[in-house]
Design a protein around this ligand. Structure first.
Ligand SMILES: Nc1nc2c(ncn2[C@@H]2O[C@H](COP(=O)(O)OP(=O)(O)O)[C@@H](O)[C@H]2O)c(=O)[nH]1
Ligand SMILES: [Mg+2]
Length: 460
């Protein structure tokens, strides 16, 4: 689904990775790439423009997180914006307080209405409801047959009106009205009305659907649209909405090689929620539409998004600034280091966290990252007095022996910790000069300073 768009978006975001921090220049460039990716996917021009403007504004306005790279942070912002254009929240079908709930399904011919009606019936049944299908596409006998065939497979009754020869009576409004009556009489609590579509929007079709609407006063009108048709889908959605003022959109054929334009544009253009997505011809290929899940699929970087979310949860601006200042002025001591270790561990297992850094994931997959190694480091620091933590230079032989005993390690482990801490501090200082404010500290590089016996990363 949306492979090309996904690829291009990831490409655009990955090009920011590794750069020091978010700035006007790299954001502008990334936005150009993202806009191109969206337009390539046939996203409405206005929607694409607004999308990149919003992302840019947020990127330049947001607090810079120390524990993530600019690329990761931008990924999260793009993800949030994708979720927003897809509708933000999931929107449920509205059920009638007094059953039956009447659902009217409209759309062009071939968009997938009949298939969707059957899928919806199956879906609702699995939720404990008792649907009745109404075959209000009365002009082609094959249409009624199709619905009956699909419905018999799932054991859902279909309401039809036939003449003496068994041919469907060509009165869609009558079928719809009687179906609602039938549901009431047979204790069916949802009526799904499948209507006729045309190849193109025409007045007769619109008028018929509008007449059904006024006749049965549906609780829910769903507009079905083939997502493969790109911007045409958006235009059709607009016209149907002007006529019917529908309640929700059903995107079909998302399993095909649709580029994504319809999915990403419809919500913004018609201001109606996408409620369902259809992903195949089989009757179980229907999902309730969740904008955040879809955004994650499009971006294909769900792990980065949740990483940044967790970093944001742990983020404390004042604390971060204090830390930066300490690094700059070389006041960063073992107590600060200890606090950072605690913070990192609160965010999850170290291997998980490292795996979420783009490019790192694959490298460490087979490594045996030992979270316990951190425990040793922590234990050693815990065995130090506050003064020792802030002035590691006073750690003479006697003190080191005491610390080793107190934390259950060998003296050489303590020696190593002190040596490594000194090296790390040097590196942090250099990094902080290189990146201006040292904001994008690379966790892996930092931790790799802890080589040897206590290293959480064997071989580093
Ligand atoms: N691949 C795919 N095909 C679908 C999907 N939904 C419907 N179709 C197919 O599209 C064609 C038209 O569907 P139909 O329900 O008859 O459309 P209607 O004219 O709007 O009632 C049929 O061949 C369906 O099997 C879908 O989500 N994915
Ligand atoms: Mg049909």
């Amino acid at each position: 689904m949306f492979e090309s768009l996904s690829e291009k978006l990831e490409g655009a975001l990955q090009s920011v990775t590794g750069q020091g921090r978010i700035n006007e220049l790299n954001v502008a460039e990334t936005m150009r790439e993202i806009r191109r990716a969206l337009l390539n996917a046939d996203v409405n021009y206005q929607v694409a423009k607004e999308f990149t403007n919003n992302v840019k504004e947020k990127a330049l306005g947001e607090d810079v997180l120390t524990s993530v790279t600019p690329g990761q942070q931008l990924t999260k912002i793009v993800y949030d914006e994708l979720t927003r254009v897809l509708g933000g929240e999931h929107v449920e079908i509205e059920y009638a307080e007094d059953p039956p709930t009447v659902i009217l399904v409209a759309g062009l011919q071939g968009s997938g209405k009949t298939t969707f009606c059957s899928k919806l019936a199956k879906h609702l049944r699995s939720k404990g409801r008792a649907p009745l299908l109404a075959a209000a596409d009365v002009y082609r006998p094959a249409a009624v047959d199709q619905l009956q065939k699909l419905a018999s497979g799932i054991n859902v009754p279909v309401y039809t009106v036939s003449d003496d020869d068994g041919k469907p009576v060509q009165d869609a409004v009558r079928v719809a009205e009687e179906a609602v009556e039938e549901a009431r009489n047979t204790a069916r609590d949802v009526v799904i009305i499948d209507t006729a579509g045309r190849m193109h929007i025409d007045e007769a079709m619109m008028e018929e659907v509008s007449t059904i609407k006024s006749a049965v006063d549906p609780n829910e009108i769903l507009f079905v649209v083939d997502s493969m048709t790109g911007q045409d889908a958006v235009n059709t959605a607009k016209e149907f909405n002007e006529q019917l003022d529908y309640d929700g959109v059903v995107l079909t054929k998302l399993d095909g090689d649709t580029r994504g334009g319809a999915a990403l544009s419809i919500r913004s253009v018609v201001q109606k929620p996408i409620k369902f997505a259809s992903t195949g011809e089989k009757l179980d290929a229907l999902t309730e539409f969740y904008p955040d899940r879809m955004a994650q699929r499009i971006l294909g970087m769900g792990d980065v998004v949740s990483f940044v979310e967790r970093a944001q949860e742990q983020y404390d601006e004042k604390q971060a600034e204090k830390l930066q200042e300490k690094i700059r002025s070389e006041d960063f001591d073992l107590q600060d280091f200890y606090d950072q270790l605690q913070r990192i561990q609160k965010m999850g297992s170290v291997k998980d966290l490292l795996g979420m850094i783009p490019g790192v994931g694959r490298q460490i997959k087979d490594l045996d990252v030992d979270d316990d190694a951190f425990k040793h480091i922590e234990a050693m620091i815990q065995s130090m007095t506050p003064k020792e933590r802030s002035h590691p230079e006073i750690l003479n032989g006697t003190r080191r022996r005491r610390i080793a005993r107190g934390s259950g390690v060998e003296v050489r482990d303590v020696n190593q910790l002190i040596k490594q801490f000194r090296e790390m501090k040097k590196m942090m200082k250099t990094m902080s000069k290189l990146t201006g404010q040292g904001r994008s500290m690379n966790l892996k590089k930092l931790m790799s300073k802890f080589g040897g016996g206590n290293s959480p990363f064997p071989g580093m």
